[in-house]
Design a protein around this ligand. Sequence first.
Ligand code: NDP
Length: 466
Amino acid sequence: MPAWCRILTRGYKILQDFDYDLFVIGAGSGGVRACRVAASLGARVGVAEERYFGGTCVNVGCVPKKLFSYAAHYRDDLEDSAGFGWQIDNARFDWPTLMANKNKEIERLNGIYRQILNSNQVAVFESRAVLAGPNQVEVAGQHVSARHILLAVGGWPAIPEFPGNEHVITSNEVFSLPALPDSIVVLGGGYIAVEFASIFTRLGVDTTLIYRGDRLMRGFDHDVRSFITAELGRSMNLILGDNIAAINRKNNGLQVHCQSGQTLHCGLVLAATGRTPMTRNLGLESVNLQLTAAGAIKVDANFQTSSPGIYAVGDVIDRVTLTPVALAEGQLVANSLFGGPGRAMDYQNIPSAVFCHPNIGVVGLTEQEAESRGLAIDIYLAKVKQLKHTLSGRDEHSLLKLVVDRTTDRVLGLHMVGPDAGELVQGFAVAMNAGATKADFDRTIGIHPTLAEEFMTMRSKRKLHD
Ligand code: NDP
């Protein structure tokens, strides 16, 4: 922002009665990004956080989960190394070491988030805040006023209703387990369920995954779903088409009664059954703020809620519940309110990774989405064995799939199940956002020998519906 513009902005603010130009409730990914960007544009910013700086992602989500996932991968690496001549005796996993190191890293990140706020002169309230009327927030026993308010309060794990559901833990508690159980039942077939089932089984926990559907990862491409369901079924006890009916304590453990009638015994049950927006007791009634049927805050294209001057971003709205999306939304709101560079939020081609083992990485349309839009498409599909596994002896394959628009030749969807799929798909997402066609893929020279080069050499179309 030019200097004259800043002076005008500040002069204008002095004429206002508000304590803050922007007050943010929630210092997670979206909230902190909005604070930083707004402050850098000259706004007077306040933020309230009642729990932990950095929100779900940093404290009980993406970051510690990925650290656990690395820990779990060492089992595969140790096993695979034997075929390459390594003899590693007496390898032993120590949960307290992982937990202590993880906690240290999360504390460090908490500190960085605080530092971002402090160094941008954001007023920080380590307290719960609620809406108290238009332009009004109640925080730490006082009323503050703000020209704009941003709700970035996130989501919370949802636990299904059944007798004994008080015995389950969620992804909130899984990051502070004092000890690993001998056995675990994971309920759910989405992101968190498949990631944690993959982690626990590799850390030596006898793992059962129960999913009510017939294929894991609803919403993903059907080929990806079938493939990952089969892959996970080989490393854990996978129960499909069933659900938990009740849980009771028995002999220092838990007895899980399934709807099918079967009973399982385990040390711990993890419910990974979705997350709900944290809209309860937020004072929404004081501003007559509207929610969707699913309890998320309704927003328009500019993230404005039904109440003027109040905005919402991240997991509390009904869009895409991924950290990088919340960051982009928070940045966009701050920019549009305080004169930063304008850019509409683009929800097309958002890449996403699931850190189960093997990883899933996807960007763009599934075959089913393309079909439901009435598009004429070609499908390219490959199942390959990674070079590494010729010596490791591991019976693991990778899946690669392209969905191509037959009329324009554009690559509409790219799907992969395989090692480091998240790392790999990120680059392809750039190409797809730039409008890459199948011909562009074909004329690109592959890097040999890699798994990714398979995307350059996909020649034969799959007959649809085979
Ligand atoms: P998901 O929505 O991904 O999965 C929820 C799962 O729970 C589904 O399989 C669903 O079944 C099942 N389920 C829901 N209700 C019940 C019930 N009453 N009984 C039995 N099963 C039930 O949610 P998650 O909790 O796994 O994750 C929440 C969100 O967090 C994700 O959607 C994602 O946006 C984000 N996330 C992203 C990660 C990443 O980027 N790697 C990692 C972790 C989370 P059904 O399919 O039949 O509906």
